[in-house]
Design a protein around this ligand. Structure first.
Ligand code: FE
Length: 337
Protein backbone atom coordinates (compact mmCIF):
# COMPACT_ATOMS: atom_id res chain seq x y z
CA UNK A 1 0.00 0.00 0.00
CA UNK A 2 2.84 2.32 0.81
CA UNK A 3 3.99 2.04 -2.77
CA UNK A 4 0.94 3.72 -4.15
CA UNK A 5 2.10 7.36 -4.13
CA UNK A 6 5.27 6.30 -5.88
CA UNK A 7 3.26 4.53 -8.55
CA UNK A 8 1.05 7.57 -9.08
CA UNK A 9 4.12 9.76 -9.36
CA UNK A 10 5.56 7.37 -11.92
CA UNK A 11 2.38 7.50 -13.98
CA UNK A 12 2.39 11.29 -13.91
CA UNK A 13 6.02 11.40 -15.02
CA UNK A 14 5.24 9.03 -17.91
CA UNK A 15 2.25 11.09 -18.98
CA UNK A 16 4.35 14.25 -18.87
CA UNK A 17 7.17 12.77 -20.84
CA UNK A 18 4.69 11.47 -23.42
CA UNK A 19 3.44 15.01 -24.01
CA UNK A 20 6.97 16.34 -24.13
CA UNK A 21 7.84 13.69 -26.70
CA UNK A 22 4.82 14.29 -28.88
CA UNK A 23 6.95 16.33 -31.21
CA UNK A 24 9.04 13.29 -32.09
CA UNK A 25 8.57 10.45 -34.53
CA UNK A 26 10.72 7.32 -34.48
CA UNK A 27 10.94 6.08 -38.02
CA UNK A 28 12.35 2.66 -38.88
CA UNK A 29 13.07 2.79 -42.57
CA UNK A 30 14.54 0.41 -45.10
CA UNK A 31 14.66 3.34 -47.55
CA UNK A 32 17.81 5.35 -48.00
CA UNK A 33 17.57 7.66 -50.95
CA UNK A 34 18.93 11.16 -51.43
CA UNK A 35 15.51 12.81 -51.84
CA UNK A 36 14.41 11.38 -48.50
CA UNK A 37 16.26 14.20 -46.72
CA UNK A 38 13.89 16.74 -48.26
CA UNK A 39 10.95 14.40 -47.63
CA UNK A 40 11.62 14.37 -43.88
CA UNK A 41 12.71 18.00 -43.57
CA UNK A 42 9.40 19.15 -45.09
CA UNK A 43 7.42 17.10 -42.60
CA UNK A 44 9.29 18.63 -39.67
CA UNK A 45 8.81 22.09 -41.12
CA UNK A 46 5.05 21.57 -41.54
CA UNK A 47 4.34 19.87 -38.22
CA UNK A 48 7.20 20.69 -35.86
CA UNK A 49 7.63 16.93 -35.37
CA UNK A 50 11.26 15.86 -35.39
CA UNK A 51 12.08 12.54 -37.07
CA UNK A 52 14.50 10.09 -35.48
CA UNK A 53 15.52 7.82 -38.27
CA UNK A 54 16.73 4.25 -37.79
CA UNK A 55 17.85 2.89 -41.14
CA UNK A 56 18.68 -0.69 -41.91
CA UNK A 57 18.16 -3.59 -44.25
CA UNK A 58 14.54 -4.67 -44.69
CA UNK A 59 14.71 -7.99 -42.85
CA UNK A 60 17.04 -6.72 -40.12
CA UNK A 61 14.67 -3.87 -39.24
CA UNK A 62 11.73 -6.23 -39.03
CA UNK A 63 13.71 -8.51 -36.71
CA UNK A 64 14.73 -5.54 -34.61
CA UNK A 65 11.12 -4.44 -34.11
CA UNK A 66 10.19 -8.00 -33.18
CA UNK A 67 13.02 -8.28 -30.68
CA UNK A 68 12.24 -4.94 -29.09
CA UNK A 69 8.70 -6.16 -28.51
CA UNK A 70 6.51 -4.00 -26.29
CA UNK A 71 9.47 -1.71 -25.60
CA UNK A 72 10.08 -0.85 -29.23
CA UNK A 73 10.44 2.90 -29.75
CA UNK A 74 9.40 2.47 -33.41
CA UNK A 75 6.36 4.48 -34.49
CA UNK A 76 6.37 3.84 -38.23
CA UNK A 77 7.98 1.07 -40.27
CA UNK A 78 8.69 1.74 -43.96
CA UNK A 79 9.95 -1.02 -46.23
CA UNK A 80 9.82 -2.38 -49.76
CA UNK A 81 7.90 -5.30 -51.22
CA UNK A 82 4.40 -6.48 -50.43
CA UNK A 83 5.78 -9.76 -49.06
CA UNK A 84 7.76 -8.00 -46.34
CA UNK A 85 4.89 -5.67 -45.44
CA UNK A 86 2.62 -8.70 -45.26
CA UNK A 87 5.07 -10.42 -42.95
CA UNK A 88 5.01 -7.46 -40.56
CA UNK A 89 1.21 -7.66 -40.66
CA UNK A 90 1.18 -11.40 -39.98
CA UNK A 91 3.45 -10.91 -36.99
CA UNK A 92 0.88 -8.46 -35.63
CA UNK A 93 3.33 -5.55 -35.70
CA UNK A 94 1.09 -3.01 -37.42
CA UNK A 95 -1.83 -1.20 -35.78
CA UNK A 96 -5.11 -1.01 -37.72
CA UNK A 97 -5.48 2.52 -39.01
CA UNK A 98 -8.70 4.08 -40.25
CA UNK A 99 -7.70 7.32 -41.96
CA UNK A 100 -10.20 9.02 -44.23
CA UNK A 101 -7.35 10.84 -45.90
CA UNK A 102 -5.37 7.66 -46.69
CA UNK A 103 -8.53 5.93 -47.88
CA UNK A 104 -9.26 8.77 -50.25
CA UNK A 105 -5.71 9.23 -51.54
CA UNK A 106 -4.38 5.64 -51.84
CA UNK A 107 -6.28 3.42 -54.32
CA UNK A 108 -8.06 0.50 -52.63
CA UNK A 109 -5.89 -2.19 -54.27
CA UNK A 110 -2.76 -0.54 -52.85
CA UNK A 111 -3.75 -0.53 -49.18
CA UNK A 112 -4.79 -2.88 -46.39
CA UNK A 113 -6.33 -2.18 -42.98
CA UNK A 114 -2.94 -1.61 -41.40
CA UNK A 115 -0.34 -0.88 -44.07
CA UNK A 116 -0.32 1.41 -47.09
CA UNK A 117 1.63 1.57 -50.35
CA UNK A 118 3.25 4.89 -51.12
CA UNK A 119 4.97 4.02 -54.41
CA UNK A 120 4.79 1.34 -57.08
CA UNK A 121 7.26 -0.45 -59.33
CA UNK A 122 6.65 -2.94 -62.13
CA UNK A 123 8.49 -6.19 -62.90
CA UNK A 124 9.48 -6.09 -66.56
CA UNK A 125 11.18 -8.34 -69.10
CA UNK A 126 14.62 -7.23 -70.29
CA UNK A 127 16.12 -8.90 -73.36
CA UNK A 128 19.25 -8.78 -75.46
CA UNK A 129 18.36 -7.18 -78.79
CA UNK A 130 20.93 -9.24 -80.70
CA UNK A 131 19.97 -12.69 -79.42
CA UNK A 132 16.25 -12.57 -78.54
CA UNK A 133 13.29 -11.39 -80.60
CA UNK A 134 10.92 -9.06 -78.72
CA UNK A 135 7.90 -10.97 -80.02
CA UNK A 136 9.16 -14.08 -78.19
CA UNK A 137 9.16 -12.41 -74.76
CA UNK A 138 5.89 -10.48 -74.51
CA UNK A 139 4.49 -12.32 -71.48
CA UNK A 140 5.81 -13.84 -68.26
CA UNK A 141 4.58 -17.21 -69.58
CA UNK A 142 6.97 -16.86 -72.56
CA UNK A 143 9.91 -17.22 -70.16
CA UNK A 144 9.02 -20.94 -69.94
CA UNK A 145 9.05 -21.41 -73.72
CA UNK A 146 11.71 -24.01 -74.73
CA UNK A 147 12.72 -21.51 -77.46
CA UNK A 148 14.58 -19.66 -74.69
CA UNK A 149 16.57 -22.71 -73.52
CA UNK A 150 19.86 -21.63 -71.98
CA UNK A 151 18.94 -17.96 -72.25
CA UNK A 152 17.19 -17.01 -69.00
CA UNK A 153 19.02 -15.35 -66.12
CA UNK A 154 17.35 -14.74 -62.77
CA UNK A 155 17.97 -13.70 -59.20
CA UNK A 156 17.04 -16.17 -56.48
CA UNK A 157 13.59 -17.71 -56.34
CA UNK A 158 13.39 -17.01 -52.63
CA UNK A 159 13.83 -13.29 -53.16
CA UNK A 160 10.62 -11.36 -52.29
CA UNK A 161 10.43 -9.78 -55.79
CA UNK A 162 10.22 -13.18 -57.49
CA UNK A 163 7.96 -14.58 -54.77
CA UNK A 164 5.53 -11.68 -55.25
CA UNK A 165 5.56 -12.15 -59.03
CA UNK A 166 4.86 -15.87 -58.61
CA UNK A 167 2.15 -15.04 -56.04
CA UNK A 168 0.42 -12.82 -58.62
CA UNK A 169 0.50 -15.66 -61.17
CA UNK A 170 -1.00 -18.07 -58.62
CA UNK A 171 -3.70 -15.50 -57.84
CA UNK A 172 -4.61 -15.03 -61.51
CA UNK A 173 -4.05 -18.47 -63.03
CA UNK A 174 -3.92 -20.97 -60.20
CA UNK A 175 -1.15 -23.12 -58.77
CA UNK A 176 -0.67 -25.59 -61.60
CA UNK A 177 -0.15 -22.87 -64.24
CA UNK A 178 2.23 -21.10 -61.88
CA UNK A 179 4.20 -24.31 -61.34
CA UNK A 180 4.34 -24.93 -65.08
CA UNK A 181 5.86 -21.48 -65.56
CA UNK A 182 8.37 -21.90 -62.74
CA UNK A 183 9.44 -25.32 -64.06
CA UNK A 184 9.85 -23.99 -67.58
CA UNK A 185 11.90 -21.07 -66.34
CA UNK A 186 14.28 -23.39 -64.48
CA UNK A 187 14.65 -25.48 -67.65
CA UNK A 188 15.64 -22.30 -69.53
CA UNK A 189 18.28 -21.05 -67.06
CA UNK A 190 21.59 -19.95 -68.58
CA UNK A 191 23.12 -20.38 -65.12
CA UNK A 192 22.07 -20.91 -61.50
CA UNK A 193 20.28 -17.86 -60.00
CA UNK A 194 22.63 -15.32 -58.41
CA UNK A 195 22.99 -11.57 -57.88
CA UNK A 196 20.42 -8.79 -57.92
CA UNK A 197 18.29 -7.33 -60.69
CA UNK A 198 21.06 -4.98 -61.87
CA UNK A 199 23.43 -7.95 -62.26
CA UNK A 200 20.83 -9.74 -64.40
CA UNK A 201 20.39 -6.71 -66.69
CA UNK A 202 24.15 -6.44 -67.13
CA UNK A 203 24.44 -10.18 -67.85
CA UNK A 204 21.79 -9.77 -70.55
CA UNK A 205 23.57 -6.73 -71.99
CA UNK A 206 26.92 -8.52 -72.29
CA UNK A 207 25.24 -11.58 -73.81
CA UNK A 208 25.80 -14.02 -70.93
CA UNK A 209 22.01 -14.47 -71.09
CA UNK A 210 19.31 -13.45 -73.52
CA UNK A 211 16.53 -12.44 -71.18
CA UNK A 212 15.69 -11.65 -67.54
CA UNK A 213 13.10 -9.96 -65.33
CA UNK A 214 13.78 -6.80 -63.35
CA UNK A 215 12.06 -4.15 -61.31
CA UNK A 216 11.62 -0.95 -63.28
CA UNK A 217 13.67 1.24 -60.94
CA UNK A 218 16.81 -0.81 -61.63
CA UNK A 219 16.21 -0.34 -65.37
CA UNK A 220 15.57 3.39 -64.86
CA UNK A 221 18.68 3.78 -62.69
CA UNK A 222 20.86 2.27 -65.44
CA UNK A 223 19.09 4.32 -68.12
CA UNK A 224 19.88 7.49 -66.14
CA UNK A 225 23.50 6.48 -65.61
CA UNK A 226 26.17 8.89 -66.84
CA UNK A 227 28.89 6.20 -66.79
CA UNK A 228 29.90 5.56 -70.41
CA UNK A 229 30.15 1.78 -69.88
CA UNK A 230 26.59 1.63 -68.49
CA UNK A 231 25.22 3.82 -71.28
CA UNK A 232 26.79 1.36 -73.75
CA UNK A 233 25.31 -1.64 -71.91
CA UNK A 234 21.79 -0.19 -72.00
CA UNK A 235 22.02 0.24 -75.78
CA UNK A 236 22.16 -3.55 -76.05
CA UNK A 237 18.91 -4.28 -74.24
CA UNK A 238 15.20 -3.86 -74.88
CA UNK A 239 12.47 -3.63 -72.24
CA UNK A 240 9.02 -5.25 -72.50
CA UNK A 241 5.90 -4.49 -70.47
CA UNK A 242 4.64 -8.04 -69.92
CA UNK A 243 1.08 -9.38 -70.21
CA UNK A 244 -0.32 -6.27 -71.87
CA UNK A 245 -3.18 -8.16 -73.48
CA UNK A 246 -3.77 -10.08 -70.24
CA UNK A 247 -3.67 -8.92 -66.62
CA UNK A 248 -0.97 -6.30 -67.13
CA UNK A 249 2.55 -5.98 -65.74
CA UNK A 250 3.03 -7.23 -62.19
CA UNK A 251 3.18 -4.37 -59.71
CA UNK A 252 4.95 -4.38 -56.38
CA UNK A 253 5.10 -1.58 -53.84
CA UNK A 254 7.00 0.16 -51.11
CA UNK A 255 5.01 1.33 -48.14
CA UNK A 256 4.53 1.13 -44.42
CA UNK A 257 2.33 1.42 -41.42
CA UNK A 258 2.06 2.49 -37.80
CA UNK A 259 3.28 0.01 -35.24
CA UNK A 260 0.93 -1.38 -32.61
CA UNK A 261 3.42 -0.40 -29.91
CA UNK A 262 4.09 3.10 -31.32
CA UNK A 263 4.77 5.54 -28.47
CA UNK A 264 3.79 8.52 -30.67
CA UNK A 265 0.65 7.39 -32.43
CA UNK A 266 -0.63 10.85 -33.29
CA UNK A 267 2.66 11.76 -34.93
CA UNK A 268 2.69 8.40 -36.73
CA UNK A 269 -0.73 9.00 -38.30
CA UNK A 270 0.30 12.53 -39.28
CA UNK A 271 3.43 11.19 -40.93
CA UNK A 272 1.66 8.45 -42.89
CA UNK A 273 -0.94 10.97 -44.06
CA UNK A 274 1.85 13.36 -45.01
CA UNK A 275 3.42 10.63 -47.19
CA UNK A 276 0.22 10.62 -49.27
CA UNK A 277 0.42 14.39 -49.92
CA UNK A 278 1.30 15.61 -53.42
CA UNK A 279 4.67 16.95 -52.42
CA UNK A 280 5.73 13.92 -50.36
CA UNK A 281 4.51 11.53 -53.06
CA UNK A 282 6.83 13.17 -55.56
CA UNK A 283 9.87 12.85 -53.31
CA UNK A 284 8.93 9.35 -52.24
CA UNK A 285 8.49 7.99 -55.75
CA UNK A 286 11.22 9.89 -57.51
CA UNK A 287 13.87 9.05 -54.93
CA UNK A 288 13.91 5.52 -56.30
CA UNK A 289 12.56 6.01 -59.85
CA UNK A 290 9.13 4.69 -58.87
CA UNK A 291 5.55 5.85 -59.47
CA UNK A 292 3.49 7.62 -56.82
CA UNK A 293 0.72 5.47 -55.32
CA UNK A 294 -1.64 8.47 -55.46
CA UNK A 295 -3.09 8.51 -58.99
CA UNK A 296 -3.39 12.27 -59.39
CA UNK A 297 0.28 12.88 -58.58
CA UNK A 298 2.56 12.91 -61.61
CA UNK A 299 6.34 12.78 -61.63
CA UNK A 300 8.47 13.70 -64.57
CA UNK A 301 11.00 10.86 -64.80
CA UNK A 302 12.56 10.78 -68.28
CA UNK A 303 13.96 7.26 -67.86
CA UNK A 304 10.59 5.80 -66.86
CA UNK A 305 8.81 7.82 -69.53
CA UNK A 306 11.19 6.51 -72.19
CA UNK A 307 9.78 3.04 -71.49
CA UNK A 308 6.34 4.17 -72.67
CA UNK A 309 2.84 3.76 -71.28
CA UNK A 310 1.72 0.40 -69.93
CA UNK A 311 -1.11 -1.54 -68.39
CA UNK A 312 -0.49 -2.36 -64.74
CA UNK A 313 -1.92 -5.36 -62.95
CA UNK A 314 -4.58 -4.17 -60.47
CA UNK A 315 -4.33 -7.23 -58.23
CA UNK A 316 -4.80 -6.09 -54.59
CA UNK A 317 -1.51 -6.06 -52.65
CA UNK A 318 -3.29 -8.19 -50.03
CA UNK A 319 -3.58 -11.05 -52.53
CA UNK A 320 0.15 -10.92 -53.23
CA UNK A 321 0.69 -11.48 -49.53
CA UNK A 322 -1.81 -14.32 -49.42
CA UNK A 323 0.11 -16.51 -51.90
CA UNK A 324 3.70 -15.92 -50.71
CA UNK A 325 4.16 -19.29 -49.03
CA UNK A 326 2.56 -21.15 -51.94
CA UNK A 327 4.98 -19.36 -54.28
CA UNK A 328 7.93 -20.50 -52.17
CA UNK A 329 6.64 -24.10 -52.13
CA UNK A 330 6.39 -24.07 -55.94
CA UNK A 331 9.90 -22.64 -56.37
CA UNK A 332 11.26 -25.28 -53.97
CA UNK A 333 9.45 -28.06 -55.80
CA UNK A 334 10.84 -27.11 -59.24
CA UNK A 335 14.34 -26.31 -57.96
CA UNK A 336 14.18 -22.52 -58.55
CA UNK A 337 16.80 -21.81 -55.89
FE1 FE B 1 15.20 -3.48 -54.89
Amino acid sequence: MKLRPVLIAAVITLAQSATAEDKILNLYSARHYQTDEALYANFTQQTGIRINRIEGKEDELLERIRNEGLNSPADVFLTVDAARLAKAHELGLFAPLASKLLETRIPAHLRTEDWFSFSTRARVIVYNKASVKPEDVQNYADLANPKLKGKLCSRSGSHPYNLSLMASIIAHQGESKAEELARGMVANFARAPKGGDTDQIKSVAVGECGVTISNTYYVARLLRSTKPEEIKLMEKVGVIWPDQSGNGAHINVSGGGMLRTAPHKEAAVKFLEYLASDQAQRYFADGNNEWPAVDSVKVANPALESLGKFKADKLPVKNLAMYQSKAQIIFDRVGFK
